[in-house]
Design a protein around this ligand. Sequence first.
Ligand code: AGP
Length: 607
Amino acid sequence: MCGIFGCTLKKGNAAPVIHAALKRLEYRGYDSVGEATILDGKLYVKKDRGKIDAVHELHDLDDLPGSIGIGHTRWATHGAPLQVNAHPHVDCGGRIAVIHNGIIENFADLRLELQNRGHVLKSKTDTEVIPHLIEDYLNKSHGLADAVLEAVKRLEGSYSIAAISTKEPDKIVCARNESPLVIGVAEEALYCASDVPALLPLTNKTVTVDNGELLTLSPQGFEIKKIRDSSVVTKKPKVSDWSPEMAVKGGYPHFMLKEIHEQPTTLRNTLRVQEHYLDLMATFLERAQEVYLMACGTSYHACLAASYMFSKLAFLGTHPVIASECVEQQGKSMGIDSTILAVSQSGETTDTLGAVMYARDRAATVLALTNVVDSTLTRISRVYVVQQSGPEIGVAATKTFTSQLSVLAQLALRVAKKRGKVSQDEMDYLADKLTELPDAVEAVIQTQDEKVRQIAKKYRDAKAFLFLGRGISTATAYEGGLKLMEIAYVPAIAFPAGESKHGPIGLVEPGFPVVFICPKDETHKTVIGNIMEMKARGGSIIALMEEGDEEIKKLADDYVEVPKGIGDVLSPILFVVPLQLLAYHMAVEKGYDPDMPRNLAKSVTVK
Ligand code: AGP
């Protein structure tokens, strides 16, 4: 996730306006920043790695001439946060500058094609192919808008781009596919940006650009066309009544809710993680003598789920380990034959890094899954994959958890393929299910949120909750319990349902809420048995179940339904969403701020 902004002013300098807007977009990514403007047929570019204030201090971002320009704040996906990888990117002739938010999936092919035609690409980014493609079309005497239109027809993936060129110095041309783009309309200026907050101090009149549309900002106003057939789309500005604070949260009352709602998009992004590294990682795992899955908190729950995925799909036994316990529990058994897969959203969690360093010192191979390029974890691992979730501001991990699960499922599938453990049909089936998941998650959020809110209301004063699941749903149960504890401060005990009769059942008395995760997999029948045990003691059953599961419905006091038919190893991605919503609504019901839970930090950098 990156932030993009552009403006064309009737008078005055664009650079300070862009700089101020980038500050408002900084929450979308903050590892590099850059601006480009045009004056008298010359393109000016300033960019560097680092936060906006630091780059401004070094380069004076306000000191670029001209009344038209674009700016970008970066969350690295392809290529480390280095000056050369910062946006804007330019063409060979230094006449075109482009900023981009999204992921170009076919960039490697395009890059090769461009290099074969003599283009010189300097960065490691996927974005840089875009100005070079535009350059080719501009050289074929297309106008800027047509050149951008032809260029984006070559792109596969997600993008929201803005381009300027000295050839038509009074225009900004943008295009959108999946990544957000809005226009800001004012008397003396036109703007484009990744989101409304960037625009609000400048104007409250906005127009949303939709997928598959091309936008041209010029002194004549704005024009929107369909990329497919160049037909003109007419849209009128709407007046936004968001306060700046609401706007930063995309209109949601809290970042956590916004991030829960972002999951369909972030899950789609995980289908575009860098294949090459995923494959390399699968090769290491396939050859490993023993595999440890290491992490803390929510990331540990992803590891726990992954251990079921590796076992079920690839017939590969793994050891999920809580990083802070790793040295004592497994330390002496680690060595040159061990492969560690460390999972950390931030890539900076001290306990995880400590365990990884320990394993490295014992000559183990370290692989990593993280959300932050250039985090410490990426620097100390042999191969890493970045999950592409964008910054997560809420302390409670939500979208980053489901993304971790999606990447780990893809990894397990690749290992399975290498080990010859799944048929092509099974592979294709699961790959299809992975692509269906974003819509299924969207459906859960859209249809079940109100129901979950009512459940939160009903159980608002419960003193404790029990979360139970079997098989891979054990990980979902743990995650649901952690969410409720960390933001609503409700004691939550999570167990594999089979273990409940070995202790936790002692807690259950009439009205005690017991949340059961009940996908229709091979655990279904046994879970029903566990539900009966709890009901017999008066427990109030809150069941998460697949649509139309009448057996469970009959037994539940309250139930939440998710779309049916998502494969069992993928079920945590779907079933965890109502649990995230439950924790969120409980916190709000109790008057707590879910974004800033007491005593917790987003990244835990102490032992
Ligand atoms: C989850 O909601 C928590 N904020 C916490 O458990 C978190 O997952 C843990 O601290 C690990 O963080 P990491 O993924 O950045 O390493």
